[in-house]
Structure formats: C-alpha cells, structure tokens
Design a protein around this ligand. Structure first.
Ligand code: UT7
Length: 440
C-alpha cells in the first residue's frame, strides 16, 4: 500500500461509518440534541445524501483561550516613553495578555479555544466539515494556521483555510460559515479568531505596542431548522486605505531581506488618527446596515459585541451615533487590548459568562480593520448558555480523542518519512507504438 492508498483507506473507513450514523444536531421541535442527547451522538458526520439542507446556521459552541502572561501599562512604562494615564485615557486599555514561550503560537491558542467550543457544543471533532481561522498573525504565509489546528484537534473530515481580513476577519468568517451551511455544503463549521500580535509589534514603537494583545476565540456553527442563529451580514472593504495599517514587508511585494529586517518593515505600522476616524464612522454605518438587512430596529438590539480596539472608538460609534445604551454594548478592551480577529469571540464568551446573553436575544457583532475592511452580522441567540455538565467519562473520552489525534499525526509523519527514504520508484515510460513513433 503506498502513502496515498494508506491515507485513502483511513478516510474510507470513516466515511463508511458516517453513512450509518449521521443525524442533524438541532430539530424543529426546539430540542437541541447536542445538549440533551449526550453520549448518544453518532461519532461520524452525516453523508451528503443523508443531510437535509437546513435554513439556519446556529452558534452552538463557544470558547476562548488567552495566554497567562499579563503585561500592564506600568510594565510598558519601563519599555517605551508612555504613561498608564495616557493609555487608559486614549484607549481604555489597562493590560493585555502576551505569549511567553515559543510553544504558544497562533495555532496553539486557536486550538485551545476551538477545543472549548467543541466541548461546549458536545460535538465530536470528526463531525466538523470546515474550519476557518481568521488571523492577522498566521503561523506561516503557508501552510494555513487552520490546517495546523485541524491536525491538532483531529478534525479528520474538515477542510481548512485561513481568512485574511484583519480585525474584521471573525465577522467575515461567520458570514462565510453561514453561507456554507445554508448552501448545504457543511453541517458543522468552526470559526476561529486567533492572534499572537505581540510577535509582530515593534516594542520600541509606543504608538502601536500599547494597543495589541494575544488570544483566541472560537465558535462552532451548526446547520439547524430552528429559526435564528446568524441571520444577516454586511461585509465591506476600501483598499485605498491599505497603507494606513500594514506590515509592509514579508509578502511578495517586499520579500524578507536584510534591508527589510533592518528597517523594521516586518512590524505593524499604523496611522492611528486616520484609522480612528474611519473606525468611528464605519462601526456605526455597518451596524445600521446590518440591522436594516435583518429587519431589526435599534431599540430591539439586546447586545452589541464590537471589535475591541479602543474604548473611545466604541463610545464615538455605536454608543453616541446609534444611541445604544452602555449596558447593551459589551466592552472588555481594558483587560486584553486589541486582539484583532480574536476580540469579538473572546468578548462574546465573556458576555455569556457574565449572563449578558440569553436565548431569544438579538446580538450584533461589528468590526473593522486593516484593508481597510469592515463587517457586521446579526445573531438571534437560540441555544441554552449553560455549560453542559462534564462527567469524568466524557472528559476521559475527550482526552482519548485528542491523544488519538496526536498519535495519528505522528503516525502519518512517520509513514511519510519512511516513504521519503525509500528508493524512488523508476517509472518506465509506456511503450509507444511504431505508428506513434512515426507521427512524431
Ligand atoms: O484594529 C484596528 C487597529 N487600530 C486602531 O484601532 C487604531 C485606531 N486609532 C487609535 O486608537 C488612536 O489613534 C491611538 C490610540 C492610536 C492614538 O490616540 P490619539 O488620540 O489619536 O493620539 P495621537 O496619535 O493623535 O497622538 C497624540 C499624542 C502625540 O504626541 P504630540 O504629537 O501631540 O506631541 C503622540 O506622539 O500622543 C503621543 N503618543 C503617545 N504618548 C504617550 C502616541 N502614542 C503614545 C503613547 N504614550 N503610547
């Protein structure tokens, strides 16, 4: 059996099992099977033939992960010419989380958040069809960070790709996930926002280093026939503002060289004032547009979860321009700084933990970022927010699943190494007929 046959045979056995077992997670009688039928879930996803196209994309799982290391404004006073009062007054940020060891990467943070989202939904990794990792600080230009997370979690049936729309990336991801589900191409989609921006920040540039932080958040979307979930989205871009917030080098326009490294062109560069002006306008406009599209009056919004870039941007946009009361706008930028694509899912998880989200609520997620890009979506929250109870048996099963994923990955790498060390096969050219010889 060659390497390809070996991989096919593994996939084949799983597909055979899924044909027998697949079911939809949510049903029209309002019962959320993923919560109620714990342990009875089929291990493998439904085959395409067995799936009914469901008209809604519900968020059924959520989770976040942040590094332990805290960097306060006072810590930054030791590094650059800044003051705690300046940072608090201009941004609302008091501290941020920063990765401390090389093992903490965008993929490792993203995988931890995704794992929590899967556990919250009680969905087996093998059932996920697609994983989208929105990130501005990917592990590499390629392969996609999403593929690394896919391997880490054992999402053996999932397609995987990274989404580059800067801080708007998570909202873009939700919109794409919804489209994929509504088209019937996927039943479960993981959308992750994950960042280690501390590795792209110039720690001598006070204009940017005080703003950003590391972290990851994830949600699991599921096909459903229960009305609600992600109901509308608005996405936009204005590339004429590309140079306002950029990492100039390291791409094909300016490949890495001694010169790009010595000039600091691999760090984040930003025209803060221009981005601020754009952000305050677009956050309000995008929120208005998406609410119009969803047919929801502003007065019926229960919670706005905005991109956490700067408290003043949130105040000048959704609070003042749209006159949405403060208690309906979630803010946690003081704790984490700007975590780019991760900021909305982290804020969502914390809002849920604090009891600010309940079934039936109308939520708005709205973000903006480099590109320039922006995005907003409305969500009719429809699932219970209580964590499913976790038994030792369930935990053991999960541990075993992730250990199996690690073992599978090691096994596949080992097989590849063996094949790469074997004598290359000499493929003989097929014999050509005398007729062919004569015509050439
Ligand atoms: O996800 C998208 C990411 N980007 C953003 O969201 C950025 C949006 N922009 C902003 O949030 C704000 O523009 C900043 C927080 C970056 C800056 O606030 P600002 O009120 O626009 O300040 P500024 O750039 O107009 O600078 C005011 C002063 C300047 O000094 P002078 O020229 O007036 O003497 C800066 O040099 O503040 C100075 N300054 C600082 N002072 C102490 C800039 N950074 C700092 C600092 N500490 N960290």
């Amino acid at each position: 059996m060659n390497e390809q046959e070996h991989e096919n045979s593994q996939a084949g056995s799983n597909y055979a099992a899924e044909n027998v077992n697949g079911t939809a997670p949510l049903s029209s009688n309002g019962a959320f099977n993923h919560h109620t039928a714990k342990g009875a879930q089929p291990l493998y996803r439904a085959s395409f033939e067995q799936r009914r196209i469901q008209p809604y994309a519900q968020i059924i799982g959520w989770g976040y992960h942040i590094p332990e290391r805290i960097v306060t404004n006072h810590d930054l006073e030791q590094i650059v010419d800044t003051q705690d009062e300046w940072i608090r007054a201009r941004t609302g940020i008091q501290e941020r989380r920063v990765v401390a060891v090389p093992q903490e990467t965008t993929a490792s943070l993203g995988a931890r958040a995704a794992r929590k989202a899967l556990e919250m939904a009680d969905v087996h990794p093998a059932k996920v069809d697609l994983i989208i990792c929105a990130t501005s600080s990917p592990e590499h230009i390629f392969p996609a960070t999403a593929s690394i997370i896919q391997d880490n979690l054992g999402l053996i049936h999932a397609g995987a790709f990274d989404l580059s729309a800067a801080c708007s990336g998570f909202v873009y991801g939700l919109s794409i996930a919804r489209g994929h589900i509504l088209a019937g191409d996927a039943e479960y989609v993981l959308v992750i926002g994950a960042e280690t921006l501390s590795r792209w920040v110039d720690w001598t540039d006070r204009a940017t280093c005080v703003l950003f932080g590391d972290g990851a958040g994830a949600v699991l979307l599921a096909a459903s026939d229960v009305p609600g979930g992600v109901t509308a989205s608005v996405l936009g871009s204005d590339g004429s503002g590309a140079e306002l917030l950029t990492i100039p080098a390291g791409g094909s326009a300016s490949p890495a060289s001694l010169e790009t490294v010595s000039s600091g062109s691999h760090y984040i560069q930003m025209d803060g004032r221009a981005v601020f002006r754009f952000a305050t306008r677009i956050m309000a406009d995008a929120t208005r547009q998406v609410l119009d599209k969803a047919g929801i009056p502003i007065s019926e919004v229960d919670l706005v979860v905005p991109h956490q870039a700067n408290k003043r941007i949130i105040q000048h946009s959704v609070l003042r321009q749209l006159k949405i009361p403060e208690d309906k706008v979630y803010v946690n930028v003081q704790k984490y700084g700007n975590t780019s694509t991760a900021s909305i899912p982290i804020a969502l998880c914390e809002a849920i933990d604090e009891g600010k989200v309940a079934p039936g609520d109308n939520l708005v997620f709205v973000g903006f970022g480099a590109g320039l890009t922006w995005g907003a979506c409305t969500v009719k929250w429809s699932v219970p927010v209580e964590k499913p109870e976790s038994t030792w048996w369930k935990n053991t099963q999960r541990q075993a699943t992730y250990q199996a994923a690690a073992a599978r990955s090691m096994w596949k790498r080992a097989i590849r190494r063996i094949y790469s060390q074997m004598e290359p096969l000499t493929l003989s050219r097929p014999e050509r007929s005398t007729e062919e010889e004569q015509t050439t």
